[in-house]
Design a protein around this ligand. Structure first.
Ligand SMILES: [Zn+2]
Length: 186
């Protein structure tokens, strides 16, 4: 008989006679799946207070700033505007300062809404967050101690930070939209 199975880690819903071997959304194994009962109450997620949403709010800082840094570096190089290159340093500094707050609020939400279970999606998010912060520290050190910013290693680190923030946003979106599906009463 076909049942609805829910991943207890991320809320992904699977329909079938058996749960999937591995959750396609978060990577948890089949032991983390439970049968969805028809009479159970709707999912209780974050409340309306801003404090409950600090992680997604802070996560938009790197997501918004990193593409802007690349854009401003390109403009500064094409139109010889050194002030824009300097603005990029401040933006990379801001991203690097926000990363520890992102990690703390992310770990808080992981424990609160996903039971702190060590599924692959959370391991990836934490590793990418640490990588983002470390790349920021090294990029800032290179730029501030090594002089002018348009050097290959510095640029590589900025592109690495852009890639890490895009990947973090993608994984966060997976968890978000699964959570919305979880609240669907049907
Ligand atoms: Zn899952």
């Amino acid at each position: 008989m076909v049942k609805r199975w829910r991943c207890t880690v991320c809320g992904y819903i699977h329909e079938g006679t058996e749960p999937p071997a591995v959750c396609p959304a978060c990577g948890a194994d089949c032991s983390r799946f439970e049968v969805v009962r028809e009479d159970e109450p709707a999912f209780r997620g974050p409340g309306p207070s801003v404090a409950d949403h600090l992680h997604p709010i802070l996560a938009h800082f790197p997501n918004g700033l990193m593409p802007t840094t690349i854009f401003l570096l390109a403009v500064s190089w094409l139109f010889s505007r050194p002030a824009l290159e300097e603005a990029v340093v401040w933006m990379v500094g801001l991203v690097t300062c926000v990363v520890p707050l992102n990690l703390l609020t992310g770990i808080r939400d992981w424990r609160r809404y996903h039971g702190g279970i060590k599924a692959s999606i959370f391991r990836k998010k934490i590793a990418l967050g640490i990588a983002l912060g470390l790349m920021g520290v090294v990029a800032l050190a290179l730029r501030l101690l090594g002089g002018y910013g348009l050097r290959p290693l510095y640029l590589t680190l900025l592109f690495g930070m852009l890639a890490a923030s895009v990947a973090l946003g993608y994984l966060g979106g997976q968890l978000m939209f699964v959570a919305i599906d979880k609240s669907d009463p049907h």
